[in-house]
Structure formats: C-alpha cells, structure tokens
Ligand binder design. Structure first.
Ligand code: ATP
Length: 216
C-alpha cells in the first residue's frame, strides 16, 4: 500500500483519488474549496481544506511523508507551478502534475515534476483515433514517438497466424497481447492464430501505427 496526496479535487483529481483509494491505497485529498472537501470525505482516506500554495499548511499536514503527490490544479497555472515547486523542495520523491497545455507542461518539467499528464490533450487524441476508425478501441501514447493501440481484428486477419500477418515486417509493429473472451494472451508468438472477436494490443512508432490505420 502506498500513500498518495492529491492536491486539487476537480474532475481529474477526484477520479484519480477515488480510484487510488478503491485500489487499496491511502489517499489524502486537499482542496481549497470547503464544499468539494465535504463531498469527497467519505470516498477517500482523508480530505482536508487547505490552500496548497501555503507551504506551512502542507507541512502541518505532513505532506512530505507521502510517497507520491499529484498536483491536479489546472486553471490556476500559477498555483499549479507553485505547489509543484513546494512539493519538490520538500523532498517528495515522485510528483505528478497535470498540465493545461504544452508550455505549462514544460515549466512543470523544468521545476522538477517527475511526470506530467495532459488529460484533455491525451483524451482528444484517443477519441480521434477511435472516431476515425471504429476498429481502434483505444490509443495510448507511450512517448512522443511510441504508442499502443487496441484494435479489434478485421475480417482479413481471421484464422491467420501472427507470422502470416507479419505486422512486424509490413508495418514495423509488434502485437504484445491478444484479448479473447475475457482472457488475455500475453506476448503471443508467431503461431498464435487470430480469431473473430479478438482484440489486439499493438505497439510501435506513431507513424507506423498511422500507416497501418490507413490500410485497414
Ligand atoms: P478538472 O478539469 O480536473 O475538473 P481543472 O483543470 O478545471 O479541473 P481547476 O478547477 O482549476 O482545475 O482546479 C481543480 C481543483 O483544484 C478545484 O477543485 C480547486 O478548488 C482546487 N484548487 C485550486 N487552487 C487550489 C489551491 N491553491 N489549493 C488547493 N486546491 C486548489
């Protein structure tokens, strides 16, 4: 069990905090808004009203002892930067910060955030891939260069083995898992045969993935 502190309980912060709590972790939620704090009180370990830009308030809450801090303040960019800086200066090992845009993300990274998330941008990218091709069920960006897609098998793949499909050669892509009837075949090999209804998790460079999408 890890200890998480989530600062800013808007839609993103709240859903993250509740999920971590449901997964069995200790979660302290902090928000400047009293009403928000009251509403979340029963769904995480502790919820406290505080202005996170106030270093003394964070110290009094013992925030420095947490394993991971998540800064989920979006609109007030100045507050998000200040809080991230305070948390890193306090010595918290892993600080995740939510960025409103690329520039905000760059600043957060420069002041020491260990991970930057762009929920709106990433969701926009994911939904776009899914909308343009109904076979693409999900799209996850691993880095600026690499992504993973989840794709439902198209009919021309049915009853063919991965060696026959030869995605590695054709597109430079690797099938890392096959989902079938609630089971998952991890690291399938060349002999594994694609069946109707299968969902494939495929990893590769973004331009190779886009190239495959165009040929579906
Ligand atoms: P989301 O999209 O996740 O709903 P958002 O990006 O619109 O959120 P904001 O609404 O700006 O982000 O902030 C999220 C939460 O952070 C709000 O509930 C707000 O009350 C809280 N918050 C803002 N500033 C501070 C602060 N200095 N200290 C603690 N909480 C704060």
């Amino acid at each position: 069990m890890k200890q998480f502190v989530v600062i800013g309980l808007g839609r993103f912060g709240l859903s993250l905090a509740e999920t971590l709590y449901d997964l069995g972790h200790d979660v302290l939620g902090i928000d400047i808004d009293e009403e928000i704090v009251q509403n979340v009180a029963d769904s995480i370990t502790h919820a406290v009203k505080a202005d996170a830009t106030d270093e003394n308030a964070l110290r009094a809450l013992g925030v420095r002892n947490f394993d991971v801090a998540v800064v989920s303040i979006g609109n007030d960019i100045q507050a998000s930067i200040l809080v991230t800086l305070i948390l890193k200066e306090m010595g918290i090992k892993y600080v995740v910060a939510k960025a409103q845009n690329e520039l905000h993300g760059k600043v957060l990274y420069k002041i020491g955030a260990d991970r930057i998330v762009f929920p709106e941008r990433d969701m926009g990218i994911r939904v776009a891939h899914n909308l343009t091709l109904s076979n693409i069920l999900d799209y996850i960006e691993l880095s600026p260069e690499y992504s993973i897609i989840e794709i439902s098998a198209i009919s021309s793949w049915f009853n063919k083995s991965l060696s026959q499909l030869n995605m590695r050669r054709k597109y430079g892509l690797n099938v890392i898992a096959i989902k079938r009837d609630g089971d998952v075949i991890i690291s399938p090999n060349g002999d594994d045969v694609i069946l109707k209804g299968d969902v494939l998790a495929v990893v590769g460079q973004k331009h190779d993935i886009e190239n495959m999408e165009k040929h579906l």
